[in-house]
Ligand binder design. Structure first.
Ligand SMILES: *[C@@H]1O[C@H](CO)[C@@H](O)[C@H](O)[C@H]1NC(C)=O
Ligand SMILES: *[C@@H]1O[C@H](CO)[C@@H](O)[C@H](O)[C@H]1NC(C)=O
Ligand SMILES: *[C@@H]1O[C@H](CO)[C@@H](O)[C@H](O)[C@H]1NC(C)=O
Ligand SMILES: *[C@@H]1O[C@H](CO)[C@@H](O)[C@H](O)[C@H]1NC(C)=O
Ligand SMILES: *[C@@H]1O[C@H](CO)[C@@H](O)[C@H](O)[C@H]1NC(C)=O
Length: 408
């Protein structure tokens, strides 16, 4: 590209000097000078260019092509390698970027002067190998499109609440912000809330992205990564969340992943955590001996070829689970050795099993509820988390719950 630009610039100038015989020498030297300046300018331009920054902020088709290229290598050679994609992820420090054999064309290797050769080539048509309907594209290096990289460092929360939610679901986010998600200091402990989003594609995607940027400016609580946001990709969302916690929030004591349709009694949760183990701790509604569903019409169908055992290892149900903050790093590392099954909580169960850590049961059987507990001040004062009925007015219930007076 550079050469053709130079050639174009040069040709007319040389032609132009033809008729003026006498001035040829002068013009020719001026021309050479100009050419030199041009080349110098071009070289400086190329050298100063940051190829990482040349990437569009988010461009699904463009990124997807690379993803597909990379997926093959990440499935074949990096699955068992000890490379953590979160370690590879933020490559601002050129010299410390030790990209091992993940053959990622987007990455700069150890020598910045190689950058021009590392320039992203137009994706060559390498056949895309789908991980299949029951596995997800992970490990893979996703990028944050919206991020809050320093909030944890600045506010030093004791507990971080991570809520996966679809990009378009502003209503759920607003309900959470105006109910339990709005509490920032509970029994003297700082609590911080973040929402986790993937990308939405299709009609209106660009407009939605604009709205998200606006919402992010307003609330500073959105974390968005560049995988496609859909139910089948929840495992990716969870793993991106763990990578994020490890790199941006490892100073916090605990994190809770909680679904957006839940009710949370934060004081009860904090009280529970103040007496909880500080490491290797994962709790929630722990399923033990959970059956693998073989009915092909089930939402959670898993074929025998993928997992032949009839029962899953213990896992905390995805509606809401709590982790000590040493676990995200360990889980990300363990995930390199486990098939990336699409059921996110089961996947973490496999990772915990790989690590030889048993999820902890909560102090009592009513703490975490998968079946919606009907709202009453008394009932909600005794639990930590419960799913809510779709038709329940969560804001109204919250206002009632926050009124002073006895609960029971
Ligand atoms: C880059 O990383 C190296 C090794 O980790 C460190 O010594 C150096 O200070 C870092 N440089 C910058 C600019 O962060
Ligand atoms: C990368 O892979 C090549 C062969 O594919 C091997 O020769 C080389 O030692 C590997 N390098 C590292 C750093 O693992
Ligand atoms: C980078 O490349 C230059 C020239 O090719 C070489 O002199 C230099 O030692 C290299 N630096 C590193 C860190 O490899
Ligand atoms: C999951 O996300 C990946 C990465 O963005 C994408 O390639 C894939 O198509 C998504 N899966 C589904 C089922 O949409
Ligand atoms: C949770 O319930 C307790 C009663 O056990 C109550 O004192 C507290 O205010 C509730 N906290 C929140 C944040 O809802």
């Amino acid at each position: 590209m550079l050469e053709s630009v130079l050639a174009k610039e040069r040709m007319p100038t040389v032609d132009a000097v033809e008729p003026a015989e006498g001035r040829r020498g002068f013009i020719w030297s001026r021309c050479r000078c100009l050419f030199f300046v041009l080349v110098l300018g071009a070289v400086l331009f190329v050298c100063s260019m940051d190829f990482e920054e040349m990437k569009p902020d988010w461009n699904p088709t463009w990124l997807t092509s690379f993803k597909k290229l990379n997926l093959i290598s990440s499935l074949t050679d990096s699955r068992d390698s000890r490379t953590s994609s979160s370690a590879l992820r933020r490559t601002d420090n050129i010299t410390s970027t030790k990209v091992t054999n993940t053959s990622n064309t987007l990455h700069r290797t150890s020598n910045s002067s190689e950058a021009p050769q590392q320039k992203p080539e137009p994706p060559t048509p390498v056949p895309y190998q789908s991980p299949g309907p029951y596995l997800v594209e992970y490990p893979y290096e996703y990028h944050f499109v919206i991020n809050e990289p320093t909030t944890c460092e600045q506010q030093k929360p004791f507990l971080v609440l991570m809520v996966p939610v679809a990009p378009h679901n502003r209503a759920h986010r607003d309900v959470i912000r105006s109910t339990w998600g709005g509490e920032s200091l509970v029994l003297g402990n700082v609590v911080k809330l973040f929402f986790l989003l993937g990308l939405q594609t299709g009609e209106g995607a660009e407009q939605l992205q604009e709205q998200l940027l606006q919402e992010s400016k307003e609330h500073r609580d959105l974390i968005q990564s560049d995988f496609l946001d859909c139910y089948k990709n929840l495992t990716i969302k969870t793993m991106v969340m763990l990578e994020w916690l490890d790199s941006h929030c490892s100073g916090a004591s605990y994190a809770m992943k909680i679904d957006s349709d839940m009710f949370l009694n934060l004081s009860n949760l904090i009280r529970m955590l103040l007496n909880a183990p500080k490491t290797n701790y994962m709790t929630g509604l722990v399923a033990r001996g959970g059956a693998v569903l073989r009915d092909t019409t089930s939402k959670w169908y898993v074929p025998e070829e993928l997992y032949s055992n009839s029962h899953y290892p213990p896992y905390a149900l995805g509606l809401g689970y709590v982790l000590s903050l040493d676990l995200p790093k360990k889980l990300v590392e363990a995930s390199r050795h486990v098939k990336p099954i699409y059921i996110e909580d089961v996947f973490l169960g496999f990772c915990m099993q790989h690590m030889g850590i048993d999820p902890t049961n909560p102090p009592n059987g009513y703490s975490f509820n998968v079946f919606p507990v009907q709202y009453s001040r008394c009932a909600y004062s005794g639990l930590v988390a419960t799913t809510t009925h779709a038709h329940a007015d969560r804001v109204k219930n919250w206002e009632d719950f926050k009124k002073p007076g006895p609960y029971c």
